[in-house]
Design a protein around this ligand. Structure first.
Ligand code: 5AD
Ligand code: SF4
Ligand code: FES
Length: 376
């Protein structure tokens, strides 16, 4: 009883602090019972106060699973010969974009394997312009196609993309090289530089990490949170690591935390990031739903405010399998729309249709030079 009393005072004091340090974060990441509930209640209140209860959609088009990289955790890594490779046609991509536009999604996200070539750059550039045209300039566009040169980032920004997601995967260089090959195409420094280049190009910049990776400690996760805070990100997409049978990390599956604990840690990471960075956009990642059918709604309650409904044509979804048990692979765009609408309603939130739902943090960051460009 006495012990519990000390714990409660501890959490109350921590949640009142202006700045949380690494030890505080580790303590909160390990919280259980009533302390854990207090943490979630606190982050939920911050979310409500700073970003409100609207949830914004980014219609997700997983346009290709062809990737030049070999990340040890990912099901579509280059060396996985069991994946059937696909690449949506421009028309298929534009049809999906039209769906997002006609259904008032406000924004879409183009995501695909990492490729670098002039052909790829020009293709994306043209698609961005076409998407802007078909939506009369109204659809906001997030890109997520990995590491590129500063010049390419600039070209895509000029063609209409205004947000970019580049997960650092882990901010620990040491852990990064335990989950990636240590070679020229998987350089931690280049990935980090990418984030700086994106900021310089004018994007709202998002990053994120995987949670529950082999070798990862609570200190690593606390440092990931501080990394995001120090980099001053505008958006975050992070979720649990889920092992995939056709990847090298599958070997280490016996060393992983149970899935429920990876899920719990993911919720705590979301709650803590919301406390650290009150006005950023945080995605309720799809991987949460691979562990718990209500995973995304739970994330919305404690801190997330963005959902990426899948609008990839159903026939391709099974092939964009980064991890096992990925949800929505048998569904079509309309199924996910109806499903998510109901789920968001149950979570006590509302969908912010026909609006970009840009990162308020970014707007605040830009206020000095008045360059925020959200038409709403
Ligand atoms: N488990 C969870 N997330 C994964 N990703 C890739 N593989 C996995 C996995 N096995 C995530 C990475 C990548 C994003 C597109 O998907 O963080 O940046
Ligand atoms: Fe390619 Fe991204 Fe998968 Fe790595 S995580 S193999 S870069 S799709
Ligand atoms: Fe895709 Fe529920 S979100 S079916």
């Amino acid at each position: 009883m006495l012990f519990k009393g000390i714990g409660m005072a501890e959490i109350d004091n921590l949640l009142k602090k202006e700045e949380l340090n690494r030890d505080d974060l580790v303590y909160l990441l390990s919280s259980t019972g009533a302390e854990r509930q207090k943490l979630f209640a606190h982050s939920a209140a911050i979310k409500e106060r700073y970003v409100g209860n609207k949830v914004y959609f980014r219609g997700l088009i997983e346009f290709s699973n062809i990737c030049s990289k070999n990340c040890y955790y990912c099901g579509i890594r280059r060396e996985n010969k069991n994946t059937h490779r696909y690449n949506l046609s421009d028309e298929e991509i534009l049809t999906a974009a039209r769906f997002a536009y006609q259904n008032g999604y406000g924004s879409l996200a183009l995501q695909g394997g990492e490729l670098e070539s002039e052909f790829f750059t020009t293709r994306i550039e043209n698609l961005l312009k076409e998407i802007k045209k078909l939506s009369k300039g109204t659809l906001g566009i997030t890109l997520s196609v990995g590491e590129q040169s500063p010049e390419v980032y600039r070209r895509w920004f000029l063609a209409g993309a205004h947000r970019y997601l580049l997960r650092i995967e882990s901010s620990s260089r040491e852990l990064y090289y335990k989950i990636h090959p240590e070679d020229d195409i998987h350089r931690f420094e280049r990935r980090l530089q990418g984030l700086y280049d994106l900021k310089a190009a004018g994007y709202q910049v998002g990053t994120g990490v995987m949670i529950g990776l082999p070798f990862q400690t609570l200190t690593d996760l606390a440092d990931d949170l501080l990394f995001m805070k120090n980099f001053d990100i505008d958006m975050c997409g992070m979720g649990p690591y889920i092992e995939h049978a056709d990847t090298p990390l599958w070997e280490l599956r016996d060393q992983l935390l149970p899935l429920e604990q990876r899920l719990d840690l993911s919720f705590k990471m979301i709650a803590l990031l919301r406390i650290l960075m009150k006005d950023i956009n945080i995605v309720a990642a799809t991987a949460l739903q691979a562990i718990d059918p209500a995973g995304r709604e739970k994330a919305l309650k404690i801190g997330s405010n963005i959902i990426m409904p899948n609008i990839t044509p159903g026939t391709y979804r099974n092939d964009y399998k980064l991890y096992e048990n990925k949800p929505c692979t048998d569904e079509e765009a309309t199924d996910c729309k109806n499903c998510l609408e109901a789920r968001i309603h149950i979570a006590g939130s509302k969908v912010g249709y026909n609006t970009w739902g840009d990162s308020i943090h970014f707007k605040n960051r830009m206020q000095q030079d008045g360059s925020s460009n959200d038409p709403q």
